[in-house]
Write a protein that binds this ligand. Sequence first.
Ligand code: ADP
Ligand code: MG
Length: 224
Amino acid sequence: MASGNRPVLTVTGLKKSYRSAGEDIAVLRGVNLAVAAGESVALTGESGSGKSTLLHLIAGLDAADVGEIILDGVSLSELGDAGRAALRRDRLGLVFQQFNLIPSLTVADNLTFQSRIARRHDPKWQEELVERLGLARLLKRYPEQLSGGQQQRVAIGRALAPKPLLLLADEPTGNLDEDTADEVLALARDLVARTGCGFLLVTHSARLAATLDRQINLHAGVIA
Ligand code: ADP
Ligand code: MG
């Protein structure tokens, strides 16, 4: 669904090599990809196929060798480091396998961390996130006092609190058991639908991938 909506992300002809032991290894060999507002896309591919590399490039955490990434109508290559950092902070939600919560902050403070630094804190939306993610009774706890599934719910809430344009998730359920993975992903899908943002999910699981709007596969450096 929503493929008629405006694209929030367009990737064209993206190439990336790594230099290893004096040799260039071509990981991405001309990736094309678009994600529309409100669309959820599952990216699968073998281990080492370059899925994380692609997400890092889209997040502006690393630079491509060739090709273009357009986020919200802006080409990443036209921005400097500061511009890419600002775009990442204001328009992207990032979720990783290793939860990445800030250990010294409570759940409540972890949740608002991103939206406050982006100056996009919205108390009403925050309240709704807490409610929908079932975090109301956990707000005063610290990350180490939470289960993996609870930590990942906080990480999703933190990523969505600034109402990003695009949520990028790299194997977010990789450290969770199957039932918890299903539950966490269902929450993420609902919240993404609620915000109308795009969603690009990297997952090993064909079962989870099938629950998204569209499935794409990265193989031999390209998306077929
Ligand atoms: P995936 O996420 O699909 O498992 P990655 O994007 O992590 O794959 O890695 C793709 C390939 O690029 C792998 O062969 C990996 O070893 C290599 N690679 C990833 N990051 C680097 C790096 N910083 N330096 C050198 N090689 C890298
Ligand atoms: Mg990876």
